[in-house]
Design a protein around this ligand. Structure first.
Ligand code: 5RP
Length: 226
């Protein structure tokens, strides 16, 4: 296992300490979350009684594989905790998410949780957002028009592809990966994008994060907000 994977494993496994008996948990997506679900599955086998809501089909499959019981929002509308990865985390804990294409469900889950814990390896910690291209989920119908409106905001949108075809999210939508350069005001940019007809959601998560657990090859640290 390389150092980045060791760091992801440590961050993911450490986050499971926050989970207590009886909790409803939002399960994020991605390779760091994989380690969290695996560890959570071990605790469930040892008697922990919890239920999770998965943010992607892949997460649902992992939860089934590791024996984590699942539910959905018809049973519970407020989660005790959500745990998810990120593509970038700035010092104010604004995030870029959506590298795996699950940003809409991830945001619904994070917004429904009393506590939102972000698990990342150290490479995701940045001084300002924007190096990672911002994923924006848009409706397939008229996607070219929506992309043109995003381009007018200087976003340089590129349609995400899966081979030759457009990548299709779990919600049946497209994703454009946008280069806005350094993002100085993530909240305002998010609001500008959300106003465009055809935009479903952006990968900017602002004022949502409760705690960041950063993984390093030999330890995981809970960060202080600056
Ligand atoms: C998926 C996400 C992931 O959380 C993000 O891409 C980080 O993934 P990983 O833990 O594999 O680095 O936002 O939509």
């Amino acid at each position: 296992m390389n150092n980045q994977d060791k760091a992801k494993k440590l961050a993911g496994e450490t986050s499971v300490k926050h989970i207590e008996n009886g909790m409803y948990i939002g399960l994020g997506s991605g390779s760091t979350v994989y380690w969290m679900i695996r560890k959570l599955g071990e605790r469930v086998q040892n008697g922990l009684d919890v239920k999770g809501i998965p943010s992607s089909r892949q997460t649902q499959e992992w939860a089934n594989e590791f024996g984590v019981p699942l539910t959905d929002f018809s049973e519970i509308q407020e989660l005790d905790v959500a745990i998810d990865g990120a593509d970038e985390v700035d010092p104010q804990w604004n995030l870029i998410k959506g590298g795996g294409g699950a940003l809409v469900r991830e945001k619904i889950i994070a917004a429904s949780a009393r506590k939102f814990i972000v698990i990342v390896d150290e490479s995701k910690l940045v001084s300002q957002l924007g190096d990672f291209k911002l994923p924006v989920e848009i409706l397939p119908f008229g996607w070219e028009v929506t992309a043109a409106r995003i381009a007018e905001l200087d976003g340089e949108p590129v349609l995400r592809r899966d081979g030759h075809d457009a990548f299709v999210s779990d919600n049946g939508n497209y994703i454009v990966d946008c280069d806005f350069g350094v993002i100085n005001d993530p909240k305002t940019l998010h609001q500008q994008l959300k106003q465009l007809t055809g935009v479903v959601e952006t990968g900017l998560f602002t004022e949502m994060t409760s705690e960041v657990i950063a993984g390093y090859p030999d330890q995981a640290k809970t960060l202080q907000k600056s």
